[in-house]
Design a protein around this ligand. Sequence first.
Ligand code: NAG
Ligand code: NAG
Length: 630
Amino acid sequence: MREKLSIMRWKSFLCFKSLPLIVGIFFVGTVYVINVYVIHYSLQLSPDSISSRPRLISGRKHESLYLDKDSTYGRRDSHQYNDIKDPDGLDIFYDTFKLQLLGIIKTPEDQRIRDEGYREHAFNELISSRLSFHRKLPDSRHKLCESVTYQSDLPQASVIICFYNEAWSALLRTVHSVIDKTPPRLLYEIIVVDDYSQNENLHEKIAEYIWNILPHKIKLVRTPQRLGLIRARMYGARIATAEVLVFLDSHCEVNVKWLEPLLARAAENRRNVAIPVIDIINSDSFEYEASPLVKGGFNWGLHFRWDHLPSGYFNEKEAMILPIETPTMAGGLFAINRQYFFEMGQYDSGMDIWGGENLEISFRIWQCRGRLDIIPCSRVGHIFRKRRPYGSPNGEDTMTKNSLRLAHVWMDDYIKYYFQLKPQARNINYGNITDRLELRKKLNCNSFEWYLKYIYPEQTLPDMDNKSPKPLKKYKKSQPARNKATYINTGWLKHKSSGLCVQTEGDIYVKKSLLLLADCIAGNQTQEWSETNDHEFQLSKLLCLDVESSSVSNSYARLMKCHGSGGSQSWIWRSQNKVSQLYNPASGKCLVPFHDAGTTYLTIAICTDNPEMSFKLQSNDKIPHGQLTM
Ligand SMILES: *[C@@H]1O[C@H](CO)[C@@H](O)[C@H](O)[C@H]1NC(C)=O
Ligand SMILES: *[C@@H]1O[C@H](CO)[C@@H](O)[C@H](O)[C@H]1NC(C)=O
């Protein structure tokens, strides 16, 4: 549809750039543009100019690295910050310890934000809302990237960020990170497309924020109805005017010098489409983790997957910084010449909401003589959620419909492999694809066979999988081998106010045994706790103190196999008004006794300064084994 734009508010007399737009579209239609172009070239958008602005309407301050409020959580001396140091010993400002304390639930309101955040956004919104919009990230690039220089006449970019019901904090952190990390001369504009979000007042809130805080280069537009991610991107692209379009998701944080290498690649040839490496922002803890260099592929169910690069690929060190030819892209993060984007058919506007568009544009780029590369020196963090928090308005399976459209247009006979895996898809209506078939003809594109032969030769066909000695392994996030635990303390885990000790109800070897408070006994393995430097509490160095933070009534603390990945088994000492408590970052709560039918079990609750929450790990070394002390 042809959108009409109306100016909701405009302030600056300096809006020379957008004057024609304003005149042309005043007060007609349903799309709001907060037009905030001021003078493009004279404004400095460095973080400094932002932080020198008045307090934000949300009451945030900008000085701190991570914490906007409550930045002084108590901590025990034996627990120093877990600063990650780079090999040269320089701090890279990445403080896991502070991050973990950020998720603490202090009030029922915090609990509500957390629960609602998980329900609506599938990430820990409590942490997101407390995290600075300007936090520093570890530079996840290879060292060699630091010495790469880029031409001085790089083209400018329009950064397009589409969102639907996004968490306010995640969206604004995305926008701020782009402003903070992008040289002003390269950032022509940021176009924020609100795809008709249903969240109460979200649009107005963001409009006001942008108006008050970020009145540079940012255009906020609202679609007149829900378009879905795919059409919303096209909508944003039509408004954009810079030479290169850069698409981002609405829950990203871009990293140092993220844009230059993408623009340099796009400038080399207008058919070059450049993709950053997508680093991982943990959806529970907001920790930032570098992704390994891999490339994009797909399976015959038409789902994207990561593929390893051939062994030996990185024998030459330079490969660490050179573009990596990739058969497909993972999603919506890429840079593309604007004219080229339109010439080669944008996206398929017949596709609904989301799904399949990344494969469609990937096949189209390659088959129609473009190229697609992952640029190792460009890093963008993305919150990887365990599920997509929203569906299509009518609950249709948009993934299947979209996959059918792309398969019918681009895959020729190879569509049979898709149907082999998804026979039920044969009967699903995928709409009219006449226009897309005409596009393919007009662009004189290569066949899918050509694509497989030259661009994705590693791909195997499903009926050959049995014969294939090594079918492609699914890319799995590499877990570092677990280091042997380092114990920093051993003794009783003593509940201070009662003087009782945490003990297992069952045998020390029995998983799922509940934990309870009992009289302290010296030299008894059922009470011998060891604290590790990974914040685990192991009983007799075997099983771990664990609590499932389900929302159902009571979550009992119990013994579980130590999994070494923190979460429900991570316990951090924290003090609140001299009450030293054990804080579990995964739940945002603290360990506390819980009386049940004459037995005192343990559970988790909102951390308070109630002495009932006070624990200590007390060495019982001096007491001869076997001797009772109470
Ligand atoms: C499909 O779309 C084309 C072009 O938009 C149109 O000419 C054609 O009539 C449509 N076919 C059907 C069955 O609606
Ligand atoms: C350890 O304590 C448990 C529970 O109180 C008791 O059943 C067991 O006999 C004790 N073991 C030793 C070696 O004292």
